[in-house]
Design a protein around this ligand. Structure first.
Ligand SMILES: *[C@@H]1O[C@H](CO)[C@@H](O)[C@H](O)[C@H]1NC(C)=O
Ligand SMILES: *[C@@H]1O[C@H](CO)[C@@H](O)[C@H](O)[C@H]1NC(C)=O
Length: 396
């Protein structure tokens, strides 16, 4: 495993990888490329961007079968009503806490180390964040559909419920859940993560599915029917209020937004999960415009008690592996514990700067191998930046 990671994942991270949130509740968690067998601890099948594809290919990243590889039974992205949850945005599962005990992960999405004020005027490409620096990062979002059947989800019932400005940036990223989120059906809801970068490379799109559930729900207000967002940087009265669809852009069909001309900064308009398209940062509290929800709050298994909640948060890949027969003793992963911490604290993690938690404390002290790896990575980063500078001129 180790030689494979060093030989493939690390170079992939520099050459072609993009970013997506890794979590055991994601579709394609263990890999989904054709021929995938068993668990691919270096899985990056889900991070490939979507650009000028037909809707049947881009919807939930179907072109390489992401929706056909559901998460293991019992795995949910838990959305604590009125609090926040944390995912690990990475270019490869191998660079998160969910593979190799997190030893190839860092504070950053590709396991590398970069300055806190990382800034590359010609665009950061390692990790491939499609931005010059944190303040220019376009923003990302999670949306939810109140069905357990991924095939029942369309743009008409997938509503953005949380947005985090200035992301993707660090690996651990937190999103706030509206206090009024109603409970999901027994089998959970379907969530989706979206990102449209603001230039700095190919103007592509991300649309990834997760199985999620709302914990601690007390409200039964339903989310209304989401409307397509519109560009409203020039006139905030034009912004769509209430529930909004995710942004679908630059595909061959299925787009729900068109823009032309330049934005206020003189750059080509690029729709994104920020105020330019009417999305506030944090929990989208204005989405509960529907009729009363039919889902009774008490029905969701994982929200019934703190016991069951701690049980589900300990269901790490390691634990799942042990369940399936290896019998090795498994401890819960630090990042998952962090999710629980984030969930139990109030929504104070709302600001972009505090949303980037430090790397898991278990990431082992530097070993010779790690140092070598870092040196190698530093060289690769330098090469990547240089390569990007060349590519930037050609519109990559
Ligand atoms: C971020 O990048 C933009 C665009 O290059 C630049 O205008 C801005 O000054 C940068 N901010 C920081 C904090 O470096
Ligand atoms: C979502 O909307 C589609 C129509 O676009 C509908 O066929 C489907 O049943 C809806 N699903 C849910 C869960 O409401």
């Amino acid at each position: 495993m180790l030689p494979r990671l060093l030989a493939t994942a690390l170079s992939v991270a520099v050459v072609s990888a993009h970013l997506g949130p890794v979590h055991p509740s994601m579709y394609c968690y263990d890999g989904c490329a054709s021929g995938t067998q068993g668990i691919n601890y270096n899985n990056d099948d889900f991070v490939k961007p979507l650009y000028q594809m037909s809707k049947s290919d881009w919807w939930f990243h179907a072109y390489n079968n992401v929706p056909k590889y559901p998460p293991q039974a019992g795995q949910f992205l838990e959305l604590p009503a009125g609090k926040s949850f944390t995912v690990e945005i990475a270019s490869n599962r191998g660079e998160t806490s969910y593979s190799f005990s997190g030893k190839f992960s860092s504070e950053w999405p590709d396991g590398g180390n970069y300055p806190e004020d990382y800034n590359v005027p010609s665009c950061i490409t390692s990790p491939n964040m499609h931005t010059q620096n944190q303040s220019m990062a376009a923003g990302t979002a999670f949306a939810i559909a109140y069905t357990s059947d991924i095939n029942q989800v369309t743009e008409d019932n997938l509503s953005v419920f949380t947005v985090r400005y200035h992301t993707p940036w660090k690996r651990e990223t937190s999103y706030d859940v509206p206090a009024d989120m109603p409970a999901c059906p027994d089998g959970g809801c379907i969530c989706a993560w979206g990102w449209i970068p603001n230039g700095c490379g190919q103007p592509n799109m991300y649309h990834l599915p997760y199985r999620c559930t709302v914990t601690g729900a007390t409200s039964t207000k339903a989310i209304g029917t989401p409307q397509p967002p519109v560009w409203c940087q020039d006139d905030s009265s034009k912004c769509v209020k209430g529930p909004k669809q995710m942004l679908y852009w630059h595909q061959n069909d299925g787009d729900n937004i068109e823009v032309d001309g330049l934005d206020n900064a003189g750059q080509p308009k690029s729709p994104a999960y920020n105020m330019n398209c009417g999305f506030a940062d944090g929990a989208q509290d204005d989405i509960f415009t529907g009729a009363g929800s039919s889902a009774p709050a008490a029905k969701v298994k994982t929200s019934s008690s703190s016991t069951s909640s701690s049980k589900s948060t300990s269901a790490t890949p390691a634990a799942a592996k042990a369940d399936s027969g290896s019998g090795s003793s498994s401890s819960s992963s630090p990042a998952v514990q962090k999710v629980a911490v984030a969930a139990s604290s109030s929504s104070s993690s709302a600001s972009p700067s505090s949303s980037s938690a430090p790397a898991p404390s278990s990431s082992s002290a530097p070993t010779c191998k790690n140092k070598r790896q870092r040196r190698k990575r530093a060289a690769e980063v330098a090469a990547g930046v240089a390569q990007h500078r060349r590519h930037a001129k050609h519109g990559f």
